[in-house]
Design a protein around this ligand. Structure first.
Ligand code: PLP
Length: 379
């Protein structure tokens, strides 16, 4: 159990109703013949894997997927009973555990599967696999019909191995130029055609591909970043078929406020000096929470206005230049809306030269996650 009392006012608020709305809106867009696989790897993109998985199943997702075996085991142990797919490579020793826990694993080579079968001495329950095709990402996955055929022949020989699905992953689906994605899709479908029997789930799309082109929907889509209400790129943000609802906010409060006279240095290195008499507020959030040092100068929202972080960001605290004198306890929004203003993950990402995905997963574990819409109510 996570602590339910938090003394430090810094917290992440996750709106599970927004996540459910994104799934329902997406289902309406893509049609009910395409299943949604909710991607909850990396602790649900920092949002909380168990909570998001529960919300996703409630909203109609048919499967959740993670990157690693450990993430899958964690979900099962937390009581998630639905289908869980491990999309990354798993060590051979995991095959037995996967079968036992009903976790679906990704297979890229016949050698892997043959060794897993040989070493297992038989599975307690059938081992379900999805075969990964590398259609142009250059990551895991097989690339030719012969390799696929070898896997199929193992599946045919062993009753306790089931070919449940086959999938690929796009490298450039969030870009304006669709040529690479079209080529990847064609290569993937060519290989799928060589199967003697279509597996239950043929899937290719991540959020970007799924949002931009329903033709890539197939039997299922792996809905990741946009599940959380964030567009995969600026390009996709400009082409959204429906509005995404953002699910994450980072909030804190002023824990100290003082008037500093002109010329007062602030924080390590004294690299910021007040230019006039300035109201400086301290917020209890720092780089150990995921507020990276490179975010110095980034604005936060306080009293409905934008206020810049001044001076070096410390491990656990940082300072902001307040627009006027404010009381201790005044709410500060670091990512989210306050009044008419909004600071987004994309704004942080741009300042740091990265993508919103990296912002979401960099919010440290020590920041408590507070859920709205859990079992239909705020907690
Ligand atoms: C992370 C991941 C996804 C989800 O991608 P988004 O861009 O977040 O939608 C889908 N498929 C695979 C294989 C992944 O690793």
């Amino acid at each position: 159990m996570r602590n339910s009392i938090h003394y430090r006012p810094t917290r992440v608020t996750i709106n599970l109703d927004a996540i459910k709305a994104n799934i329902r809106n997406f289902t309406q867009h893509i049609g009910s013949s395409t299943e949604i696989i909710a991607v909850v790897k990396a602790n649900g993109y920092g949002h909380g894997d168990v909570e998001v998985a529960i919300a996703a199943f409630e909203a109609g997702a048919k499967m959740v997927s993670v990157a690693t075996p450990d993430e899958a085991v964690r979900l099962r142990m937390a009581g998630i009973g639905g289908d869980i797919l491990v999309m990354g490579a798993a060590p051979i020793v995991f095959a037995k555990k996967a079968a036992e826990l009903g976790i679906i694993i990704t297979v890229s080579t016949a050698e892997w599967l043959q060794t897993a079968v040989n070493d297992s001495g038989g599975f307690v329950k059938p081992l379900k696999i999805h075969v990964k095709i590398d259609s142009g990402m250059g990551r895991i996955g097989l690339r030719d019909a012969a390799s696929l055929e070898s896997i199929v022949s193992i599946v045919e020989r062993f009753d306790d191995v089931q070919l449940d699905g086959i999938f690929t992953h796009f490298a450039c689906a969030d870009e304006g130029n669709h040529k690479k994605t079209e080529e990847q899709f064609a290569m993937f479908m060519d290989l799928v055609q060589t199967l003697p029997e279509k597996p239950r789930l043929v899937h290719a799309s991540n959020s970007a591909a799924a949002l931009l082109n329903t033709d890539y929907g197939l039997d299922a889509v792996r809905f990741g970043i946009s599940l959380y209400g964030v567009a995969p790129s600026d390009y996709v943000a400009g082409k959204l078929p429906f509005q995404l609802e953002r699910s994450l906010q980072i909030e804190s409060e002023l824990v100290h406020v003082k008037l500093l006279e002109a010329g007062s240095p602030i924080s390590y290195g004294g690299t910021y000096e007040t230019v006039e008499d300035e109201w400086i507020g301290t917020i209890p959030i720092g780089y150990a929470d995921g507020l990276r040092r490179g975010l110095r100068g980034q604005e936060v929202l306080v009293g409905g206005e934008r206020a810049p972080i001044v001076g070096t960001i410390c491990m656990d605290q940082c300072m902001v230049k307040l627009p006027y004198k404010m009381p201790i306890g005044e709410k500060v929004m670091l990512i989210g809306c306050q009044g008419k203003e909004e600071v987004t993950m994309e704004e942080w990402a741009e300042r740091l030269g990265t993508i919103p995905y990296e912002i979401a997963v960099s919010i440290a574990e020590r920041v408590p996650r507070i859920y709205i819409g859990k079992d239909g109510q705020s907690t």
